[in-house]
Design a protein around this ligand. Structure first.
Ligand code: SAM
Length: 216
């Protein structure tokens, strides 16, 4: 049953890729290993507000929903109608999850609409590298503004080009993750609390470190 379900969602993924290759940007969903690695960067020990940009068929969303506390909120922003409908079906019984069939850029509006002040984590699988520079910068600014102090923006991307644009964030840590087709950079951008920021003084750009992850 689980296998049938996985095959069906992967078939949907491939079909949507053929329709909109630049928007979907991958022919297969993230691997189980990548999903676990990304989820491992989130502290689920207390209720969280988590937004996800580009959940696709929901491979990360299902793992996040499985791990998060009952009072958490998960907002899924998906541009593709077929994926959004399928996500609504998958999470219809879970009151913690909201599916928003819209651009990730609608995050501030959606937070306001749902009476949510800020996010603890924002996760992104959208193909940032193909966005026009103005759209990329505007989305990064909205993402930074929507995060609570101490919050993190976590991305998985084929290239690590976003680091040169994500100068809003005070800290960033990247790893090159090989257990996915194709291999991905996973980067955690952090918005430091104001006191920490004040003590360290303003930084001209993100402070980066990169490591390679090769084993399980
Ligand atoms: C590479 S797929 C990643 C899917 C899934 N997160 C995974 O890891 O398998 C990118 C997804 O982002 C969606 N997407 C692209 N641009 C978007 C945007 N601006 N706002 C919301 N979703 C977007 C696409 O429709 C697609 O489902």
């Amino acid at each position: 049953m689980q296998d049938d379900c996985s095959r069906l969602v992967s078939a949907l993924f491939f079909k949507q890729f053929l329709k909109r290759p630049f928007q979907i940007a991958s022919i297969v969903p993230s691997s189980k290993a990548l999903v676990e690695r990304v989820a491992g960067k989130i502290d689920f020990s207390q209720p969280r507000v988590i937004a996800e940009y580009g959940p696709g068929e929901g491979v990360h969303s299902r793992e996040i929903a499985r791990r998060m506390c009952p009072d958490s909120n998960l907002l899924l922003f998906e541009l593709d109608r077929a994926f959004a409908r399928d996500l609504e079906r998958q999470f219809s019984g879970d009151r913690r999850v909201r599916v928003i069939h819209d651009d990730a850029a609608s995050l501030p509006h959606e937070l306001k609409r749902h009476g949510i002040d800020s996010c603890d984590y924002i996760l992104s699988g959208i193909p940032f590298s193909i966005l026009k520079i103005e759209k990329k910068r505007a989305l990064l600014q909205k993402t930074y503004d929507a995060l609570a102090p101490g919050g993190s923006f976590i991305i998985y991307q084929v290239t690590n080009e976003l680091k040169q644009h994500a100068t809003h964030f005070e800290r960033a840590e990247s790893e090159y993750f090989l257990q996915n087709i194709p291999p991905m950079f996973i980067t955690v951008f952090q918005k430091t609390p104001p006191l920490d920021h004040h003590e360290r003084g303003p930084l001209p750009g993100a402070n980066f470190s990169v490591s390679a992850h090769r084993s399980a």
